[in-house]
Design a protein around this ligand. Structure first.
Ligand code: 5RP
Length: 235
């Protein structure tokens, strides 16, 4: 039986093997622990891949992975059209809608995913559900400008979230600050049967910068299974 981290690894390796081809020139790199394996696989294949490939990060973490791996770093400003973006997720439903932002990176992750011709999710078996909200109990991550956080939290209650939580840092007395200088509010809505509708409602709140609901975005998802196989789903 594979551990969760080994399941992440086999999903990441398979996604790289199948999606980073000789056609890939610009590649978006997501954030989180699964992405470490994506970079690990890219580095293993480095000699057979085009030396000119540019990698676009979605966070400080993925920027470091790219530069420390000796890969070519680019920015979305220079390369607004991306061939393929590979990223992890906190939960993925049957239609490949996802909750993201467990690492507080979902604003940049969404931008880099939207810019890509193909957005691919890599995850372990524990992330796959029928309906969003089934597995990820921490709530939908919402990036909010600091000035607006309390009003946004009150408005989230009106939208059906009982207990929105301002995400606090672990090694600091205070809130998590995103790579963009904003706060993160985690809002639990139970089972999310209509993710697009919920996304639209939250996005309309003044002060909300981005919502960790990725709806109708992924082309494929790779799930590493306990038995060592990888399940691949497409939209
Ligand atoms: O959305 C993310 C970061 O904002 C990550 O992709 C998500 O939290 C999954 O992380 P991991 O690969 O560590 O399980």
């Amino acid at each position: 039986m594979l551990s969760l981290s080994d399941a992440k690894k086999i999903a990441a390796y398979k996604a790289v093997d199948e999606n980073i081809t000789s056609e890939s020139k610009i590649i978006g790199i997501g954030s989180g622990s699964t992405i470490v394996y994506v970079i690990e696989r890219i580095l293993q294949l480095k000699d057979s891949l085009d030396k000119e490939i540019i990698y676009i990060p979605t966070s400080f973490q993925s920027r470091l992975l790219i530069t420390e791996g000796g890969l070519n770093l680019g920015d979305i400003d220079q390369y607004p059209e991306i061939d393929v973006t590979i990223d992890g997720a906190d939960e993925v439903d049957e239609n490949l809608n996802a909750i993201k932002g467990g690492g507080a990176c979902h604003l940049r992750e969404k931008l880099v995913a939207e810019a890509a011709k193909k957005f691919i999710i890599v995850a372990d078996y524990s992330k796959h559900s029928t309906t969003l909200g089934e597995k990820w109990k921490q709530g939908v991550p919402i990036e909010v400008i600091p000035f607006a956080y309390l009003r946004v939290m009150n408005s989230l209650k009106e939208l059906g979230c009982d207990n929105p939580i301002l995400r606090m840092a672990k090694a600091k007395a205070g809130p998590v600050i995103s790579d963009n200088g904003n706060f993160i509010v985690d809002a639990h809505f139970g089972l999310i049967k209509q993710p697009k509708e919920l996304l639209e409602k939250i996005k309309l709140l003044t002060g909300v910068v981005e919502v960790g609901l990725f709806v109708n975005m992924a082309k494929s998802a790779y799930f590493g299974n306990e038995d060592g196989s990888v399940s691949i789903k497409h939209t």
